[in-house]
Design a protein around this ligand. Structure first.
Ligand code: GH3
Ligand code: MG
Ligand code: MG
Length: 378
């Protein structure tokens, strides 16, 4: 099939873009991702201009500029509910710029064309892109801000923006046929919509406090495992007492510290937060005895870790001369530490289903607790 000559392509690029943009907008609405709603709206404007076509190339380049500047402006912002005040404000700004641009195009199309054909840069630098130089510059700014946001904030929406910008590049520059243009715009819309879903996925499968995969991820993982594997349950010792003594917030910080010690256990294990102060280590392809040295290493690593509790309240200003500071006894940082007990079981035996292996690991953990804690039991 040749671009632009196929009836199927013609059909697909007429109705489907609106399904994609509408679907992505709906997702953004349902999951309170105002930035996605705004970006998808700008994409839809691009698609409408490419389809309607009475403004020609100038109108399309204007709509393209609007979309890339949208991304540049949105990348550093936060998502809000689409119908909330900040969300409505984001959409409102887009609407106002769009209205002014449309008016400008209608009243003085020549001036808009002149504006777009300005060449502040040497032609060699930008000709390959197929973009007018002002649009090229706007795109470069958008590329920079979205990439920076993706690196610094690591959110699915930020990443989605980078990919959406990449998907739109060919549509803006080199592709001249309507169908090809629309297909790339649809891809960008789909990427943005999926980024919304990726957030919910990440929220369901990743534990917020520790950053480790959550129990749901463990269960998914266990379903896919065959052959030999071992499961170790790791439980912080006397953690209730620890919380009672130092407070829940300090307890949370210590859980984070423990999680960081467990995150990359030797021997190819994977760590999960099972819930509360319990963690799970999963070893694919290893039986119980093979994991023991690694588990012992993990236990020791937690035991040796020190958590420095800064005393409270901390002095607001650095004292001018620390040596003359009075009452420094109370402001000495306290060092806290915890231990963990570990129980391990493997999939060998008559009934090696994940539920049974988990239960056996739990029983082993109970034995480690009974024998005096801070140890590994099988
Ligand atoms: P054992 O050595 O027998 O495991 O004693 P334990 O006190 O750790 O056991 P228990 O299961 O009775 O208590 C677990 C405590 O862990 C209860 C709760 O105070 C604390 N805990 C559970 N989840 C969290 C959490 O997310 N943050 C904090 N700070 N504490 C938690
Ligand atoms: Mg427990
Ligand atoms: Mg415990």
């Amino acid at each position: 099939m040749v671009w632009g000559s196929g009836d199927v392509l013609e059909e697909v690029t007429r109705g489907y873009p609106w399904v994609v943009f509408g679907g992505s907008f709906l997702l953004a609405f349902l999951f309170h991702r105002s930035r996605v709603a705004v970006a998808v709206t700008a994409l839809a404007v691009m698609a409408a201009v490419a389809t309607g076509g009475d403004g020609g190339e100038v109108a399309f380049f204007f709509a393209s500029g609007l979309f890339v500047l949208c991304l540049a402006g949105l990348a550093p912002l936060k998502d809000s509910g689409v119908a909330s005040f900040p969300g409505a404000l984001q959409l409102g700004v887009l609407a106002v710029v769009l209205a002014f641009g449309t008016l400008f195009l209608r009243v003085a199309p020549g001036d808009m064309a002149a504006l777009l054909s300005a060449t502040p840069l040497p032609g060699d630098l930008t000709d390959w892109s197929g973009l007018p130089q002002p649009l090229f510059l706007a795109t470069a700014v958008a590329a920079l801000t979205t990439a920076l946001a993706a690196v610094l904030r690591r959110g699915p929406v930020e990443r989605g923006m980078v990919w959406a910008l990449l998907a739109v590049l060919p549509a803006m520059g080199v592709i001249r046929e309507r169908e090809g243009t629309i297909l790339f715009l649809m891809a960008a819309g789909l990427i943005l919509g999926l980024s919304v879903l990726e957030i919910s996925y990440a929220m369901a499968y990743r534990d917020d406090l520790t950053g480790l995969p959550a129990r749901r991820a463990l269960m998914r993982h266990l379903e896919t495992l065959g052959g030999t594997y071992s499961v170790a349950m790791v439980d912080v010792d006397h953690f209730k007492k620890f919380n009672d003594r130092h407070g829940h917030d300090v307890g949370d910080q210590v859980l984070k510290m423990v999680a960081s010690r467990l995150a990359r256990p030797g021997g190819g294990g994977r760590a999960f937060r099972y819930g509360g102060e319990e963690f799970t280590l999963l070893y694919a392809g290893k039986d119980r005895d093979a994991t023991l040295p690694y588990l012992e290493e993990v236990r020791r690593s937690v035991e040796e870790a020190v958590f420095v509790l800064r005393s409270w309240p901390r002095p607001r200003k650095k004292p001018a001369n620390p040596r003359t500071r009075k009452g420094s006894r109370g402001t000495k940082p306290r060092e806290l530490s915890v231990t963990v007990s570990i129980g391990v079981a493997d999939s060998s035996g008559r009934d090696g289903t994940p539920d049974v292996v988990l239960k056996k690991a739990d029983e082993a953990l109970y034995r480690a607790k009974r024998k005096g804690r801070n140890q590994v039991a099988k």
